[in-house]
Design a protein. Sequence first.
Length: 604
Amino acid sequence: MRNPEKMLSSLAKHSAQKEYKYERLYRMLYNQEMYLIAYQKIYAKPGNLTKGTDESTIDGMSIKRINTIIESLKDESYQPKPSRRTYIPKKNGKTRPLGIPSFNDKLLQEVIRMILESIYEGSFEPTSHGFRPRRSCHTALLKVQKTFTGIKWFIEGDIRDFFNCIDHDILITILRERIADDRFLRLIRKFLNAGYMEEWTFHKTYSGAPQGGIISPILANIYLDKFDKYMKEYCKAFHKGKRRDRNPVYRQNETQMLKTRKELTITTDKAQRKKIIEQIKQLEQERMTLSPTLPIATGYKRLFYIRYADDWLCGITGSKEDCRIIKENIKQFLYNNLRLELSEEKTLITNAKDRAHFLGFDVYVRHTNAAKRNALGRLSRDFDKKIVLAIPNSTIRKKLLDYGVVKIIHHQGKEIWKPWHRNKLKNQDDLEILESYNAQIRGFYNYYRIANNSSILNSFYYIMKYSMLKTFAGKYNNTKSEIIKKYRVGKDFGVTYTNAKGEKITRLFYNEGFKRKTDCSYENHDIMIPIALFNTSTSLIDRLRANKCEVCGKETTDIQIHHVKKVKDLNNKDFWDSFMIARHRKTLALCVSCHSKLHWGKLD
């Protein structure tokens, strides 16, 4: 049986070769090791214990289950189950459909995803940042900040109902350009056509990729890679001129500055030197009000593009008419080549001085005469015409309202944000209340930490802190000042508890500040298969292969893995609960008999 690492690495070697065609991919699906690696990668996700339409979950995972999938693939009798349709809320108040596949489908999809990622990752454009290894919303936003230089306009792009509008025939045609294996393509089409169940009614899917499916993100990137490559060529064709036209007034100031500085070096008279220094300062101040280039650059045009999933952003140095033409050309390309439509209400042309919206941030070009002295001691406008990433006030407001920690009062035409207690947390213990607030503060900060105005999160922190104090005060029917005295730990607020070893531990309320951090890489990476994923033998796979029940000790080739969502949910009443808690495991390797008894409540 071939090593999965070598198999995927072999695929990745040819990824950047556009003319290379991959054959005999389907037989890779017969490799048992691929499924074990896939199982290792996805087993910890809590959604795996949510039942699909076949009522099965990850619970009871076994080698036999993998072999059953492989056998059905060999004779092409494998048929994906319809996903179970559910709905999750969106930020705009609407709902998003989510498909929940059966676990066997998830496992096979993860194997297919690994194969497709090895094939395509090396050929994707660097402008694509969604659902890719070592890339994220942060890498997309920081790339905007680094590369969108000197722009005048934004085009905020959004594709209408993208995941539900992917044309299956076009997608298979795109896949066929690189993959010459009809059985592999037929299997992907089976997943696309599997349909979904809603209120016990089967619905066939004629287009789209199910949101919630493991292969949907990689298929979406393969589909939109055509758009990325179109924009790459469009940007090249749009570019005009080598550099902007210089502002003659600014140039005149520079020339005068050079002459004055040269005069200073040869003047020895103190009074004259003082006069020259004043003249230099005056010229510096004058220069700070001038632009080095002309505001309207007739012979200079630039176009920049970044995409994350179905959201994309263009930055344009040119006229508003150029923006209208670009938007129309994009609209025509998407419809004619990919059968996709732009969302007119979300695809906007925005002046760079105003705020465009991208991935939850406000993006705009700062215009300021503020200056600082550089290493040579000369005034420099380092802040002018730079891209700014900002946290919108509306986002903070909405997040606080969603958490239920603020009550907004209108007084004399002003909006006052008043911290509010959370009744639903009063029945939890002190540590759970503290950790709930800490997790929400850290989660919000972790996403917005790259914002230039990240310090604005101090106002968010203030509301969260006093909401927590009011929640504790409500729980103990006490005042905030008494709560502060009771839980004060030096200058901080903390909860002390005793762990399982009898040790006293103090957990502090978040106190690490909100300094801006841009510590994520956005450079191109060579395509490398993560060796640690294959060389590290995990205890889970070892226990599955050990063929020994961890309860009765029986040796059998049919070992099943029992799964629970969270260790803390175990009640510690049964010995097998204690076994899992002691090892801090969410899994237990059992023989078929012990696994059945566990579910019947008869495992002694």
